[in-house]
Design a protein around this ligand. Structure first.
Ligand code: SAM
Ligand code: SF4
Ligand code: F3S
Length: 470
């Protein structure tokens, strides 16, 4: 067991005092100061941005929804696929114009991309107007790094080479009052051969259960209705702590917290998902009947090359064990098409796995080589066109399956959380399993659980109306 590094509370207090110092500096020029925060990537990054906003609010910034005219622009970036990185470089490029119009604008690039040396180098060379660059392990130190920029006037580059620590007490500005993210652990130890995350997010480290439970209680008391627990592999929660705890135990503790809320969690790695976890999910009323269980490939040969450490049979066994306990479980997954060396036969096995499982929804990705990962160097003979054709086939088949699954909801009345206004001014809601529902109704019902009659469906969503109204 490795001991997880904790940032001392006094250190976070010091960062908060530095926020106040920044605020005093900003107050020397008249008028309110605005920050624009742009978040890329996964929920972990969304959760990080809420903490960065917490620090920014303490510094006195209000928030704007455009970079134009903002006094500070922060891009919290993602490195998981090339496309994500290209978008960020495109947007950083465009900031040269906004900065020209507003020369005092501070530009901050942080998150997973910023942790990579070659990215920092490119930002240094090609984007001279970027003021501060720091990796995710240094989030807790953002005030200190920003103040360093402000006092020296020099650009600051801080990758954060350390494996990472856990910091409690950073202020949070949440984006949603109905639903909230709660990180239970950070980092990843799994080193799937295609994946950049362990390199940019550092080693697995768990928050202490009392800190997680205190956050959940605060959210429940504030009327939050849905809490999503986050970690790259929540099933290894607690392994680094000096306590005899695991994720299933943590779920039980959270289930016992008073309040009317549902708990979701992601992501579960199939090598660590256990029947014990499924038992707890089945037993605990507050745990949503939904599981995101990425399989990545249906071929054992590819799974081995990916270093996933389970095989197809093990995966299918998990699905059977789960459905035996929770028959109406909503199952979602991630899959990669075109991993280097994947043959047509391997791909057919992926297709047959999605048939066999029947996912409610699938997140499909074409393999994207990531610098410094083992898969980057593997032979990749399959032509791009073939990969695209396979990808299209997979997406099309999954769309049919999703549409069938959704059609089966029509006629049912389900307890749903109304969480906002979606497109066309319709309300949006989620079933307990997490399926999206569009419905008509008054905005006052946002933030409440309502009985919703499902009247229609599509590939992506359900349609319905309030069953307890009129
Ligand atoms: N930790 C989670 C897991 O193990 O499933 C998710 C990590 S990642 C943020 C989300 C998904 O991106 C992965 O499940 C995988 O399908 C996909 N992904 C990661 N690296 C990729 C790459 N190099 N190319 C294409 N897809 C990738
Ligand atoms: Fe990446 Fe694998 Fe870790 Fe998920 S478990 S973050 S896919 S290395
Ligand atoms: Fe992207 Fe980092 Fe998440 S690489 S997917 S933002 S952990």
């Amino acid at each position: 067991m490795r001991e997880t590094q904790t940032i001392a509370p006094a250190e976070i207090d010091r960062q908060l005092a530095l926020c106040d110092e920044i605020r005093a500096r900003l107050d020397q020029t008249p008028g309110p100061k605005h920050a624009y925060v742009d978040t890329y990537g996964c929920q972990q990054n969304e959760a990080d941005s809420e903490r960065l906003r917490g620090y920014l609010a303490r510094m006195g910034y209000a928030f704007s929804d455009t970079e134009e005219g903002a006094d500070l622009v922060l891009l919290n970036t993602c490195a998981v696929r090339e496309h994500a990185e290209q978008r960020v470089f495109g947007n950083v490029g465009a900031l040269s114009h906004t900065k020209r119009r507003h020369p005092g604008q501070l530009i901050v690039v942080c998150g997973c991309m910023a942790r990579q040396e070659h990215v920092a180098e490119r930002l240094r060379r090609s984007f001279p107007y970027v003021d501060l660059v720091f990796g995710p392990q240094l989030l807790w130190k953002f005030p200190e790094l920003l103040l360093q920029k402000l006092t020296t006037g020099k650009r600051v580059f801080a990758a954060g080479d350390e494996p990472g620590a856990v910091a409690e007490g950073i202020p949070v500005v949440r984006q949603d009052r109905v639903r909230a993210w709660v990180s239970v652990m950070y980092g990843c130890n799994n080193f799937c051969t295609y994946c950049i995350v362990p390199y940019v997010r550092g080693r697995e480290r768990s928050r202490r259960p009392e800190d997680i439970l205190a956050e959940v209680r605060t959210l429940a008391d504030a009327g939050c209705k849905e809490i999503t627990l986050l970690g790259q592999n929540v099933n290894s929660y607690g392994k680094d702590l000096d306590l005899d705890v695991d994720f299933a135990w943590l779920l039980e503790q959270i289930d016992a917290v008073e309040g009317d809320f549902l708990v979701r969690f992601m992501t579960s790695h199939p090598k660590d998902a256990s029947e014990r976890l499924f038992d707890v999910m089945a037993r605990c009323d507050k745990i949503a009947p939904a599981l995101h269980l990425p399989f990545q490939s249906g071929s054992d040969r590819v799974l081995r090359a990916m270093n996933r450490r389970y095989d197809r049979e093990h995966y299918l066994g998990l699905v059977r064990a789960l459905r035996a306990r929770i028959p109406d479980i909503v199952l979602t997954s991630d899959v990669i098409v075109g991993f280097p060396g994947e043959t047509q036969e391997d791909f057919e096995q992926t297709l047959s796995l999605i048939e066999e499982v029947g996912y409610d929804a699938l997140f499909t990705f074409i393999f994207s080589p990531r610098r410094g990962t083992p898969a980057e160097k593997l032979d990749d003979p399959m032509p791009k066109e073939q990969k695209s054709a396979n990808f299209q086939r997979l997406v099309q088949r999954q769309n049919e399956i999703s549409a069938q699954k959704h059609a089966a909801y029509v006629g049912r009345t389900l307890r749903c959380l109304v969480d906002g206004v979606g497109h066309d001014g319709k309300l949006s809601a989620r079933t307990a399993g997490g399926r999206l529902v569009h419905l008509d109704g008054p905005e006052e019902v946002i933030g409440t659980y309502r009985a919703v009659r499902i009247t229609g469906s599509s590939t992506w969503a359900l349609f319905g109306d309030l069953a307890d109204e009129g």
